[in-house]
Unconditional design. Structure first.
Lengths: 155, 189
């Protein structure tokens, strides 16, 4: 099936089976390896990308539904050389341990800050449900609050 | 004198005929109600099945599985019944069941509004809730029948994806039960 979409601002066309997970399209067809495969069941969030402004778990998103959508992956989160506030805060708070789940977390958090610019701890708990096997949640919480500060200071 | 007797006889005869007709109407009404209640009992076997009940909770958490456990990952209803601001239903659920992740999907995947909560209600209360235009999304009986027999999210119950059990009636049997229930007066008690 021929599918047209925009990814990180660039128009792309792929010819793949209609139910192929978008994650496979991103990683294996477009060779963008930042988005990670974790559980394959939409449970861990390692594969999170943005589609038309929503955080979506791409392992559970059939390629057919990407038609005409605007997709952003971790590679497209920053604006050129300028890091996204979430990336900046992640560096400042030295969040990652093994790092595998972090692209998915950062995409989920970037989406959270788009919807709730200054989230409370409760809102973070309710909205960020990704899984980190290294247990970096404590540092992530600090980084999310820091990212909110950075983002609001840039407005 | 003979004429008076004749009039009295006619009057008595009319009363008897009217009474019989009245009994017949009462019998027919009772019979229709009985038929409707039978259909409602059949409907309840589907309505109370986890494929339907899991998305009609009385709190803000959808349920999962045949054991109706609370949806993993702290998934919540949100203001529009489609999840929280950054944890939407469509974060994981799309328009169709996903054959790779086995995450279920249907168009407009969402929780039933809190007014349509069935969890914890008696059979009669479920029936009243379904019929109540204030809680059923403003549906009259015709619209209700359409919703229960044609809505894509309702129909998903018979195509729930691998590993999920089906309701005890098939879709055609359920649709017939809903129509018979409505045609015979939509009785719930």
């Amino acid at each position: 099936m021929r599918i047209d979409f925009t990814i990180n601002g660039i128009p792309k066309t792929v010819d793949v089976p209609e139910n192929m997970p978008l994650l496979w399209v991103v990683r294996d067809v477009l060779n963008m390896k930042g988005t990670k495969f974790g559980c394959g069941q939409a449970a861990c969030g390692a594969c999170t990308v943005h589609i038309d402004g929503d955080a979506i778990r791409s392992c559970s998103f059939a390629a057919q539904y990407a038609q005409s959508k605007h997709i952003t992956t971790i590679e497209g989160l920053s604006s050129g050389e300028k890091l996204h506030p979430v990336q900046q805060a992640w560096i400042e708070e030295i969040v990652p341990q093994c790092g595998y789940c972090q692209p998915g977390f950062m995409m989920s958090v970037a989406n959270l800050l788009d919807k709730i610019p200054n989230p409370t701890d409760e809102e973070i708990d309710d909205n960020i449900t990704n899984i980190c096997r290294c247990g970096t949640y404590y540092r992530m919480r600090k980084a999310i609050h820091r990212a909110a500060e950075i983002k609001s200071s840039q407005l | 004198m003979k004429k008076i007797h004749s009039i009295a006889f006619m009057a008595a005869f009319s009363i008897i005929i009217l009474s019989i007709s009245s009994f017949q109407i009462q019998d027919e009404t009772a019979l229709k109600k009985e038929k409707s209640l039978d259909s409602f009992k059949q409907m309840l076997t589907v309505i109370k099945h986890p494929r339907c009940m899991n998305c009609h909770p009385s709190d803000d958490h959808p349920r999962q599985g045949n054991d109706r456990h609370v949806h993993l990952f702290n998934v919540q209803r949100g203001k529009d019944n489609e999840g929280l601001a950054a944890m939407r239903c469509n974060t994981c659920h799309q328009k169709t069941n996903n054959p790779y992740s086995n995450v279920p999907g249907a168009p407009k995947w969402h929780l039933a509004p809190i007014g349509m909560a069935w969890q914890g209600l008696s059979d009669e209360e479920i029936g009243e809730s379904i019929l109540n235009i204030k809680t059923n999304g403003g549906k009259n009986l015709e619209e209700l029948v359409h919703h229960m027999t044609k809505d894509t999210l309702v129909l998903w119950a018979w195509n729930p994806g691998k590993g999920r059990s089906l309701p005890p009636l098939n879709q055609a049997q359920f649709a017939k039960a809903v129509k018979d229930w409505a045609d015979n007066g939509a009785a719930v008690k």
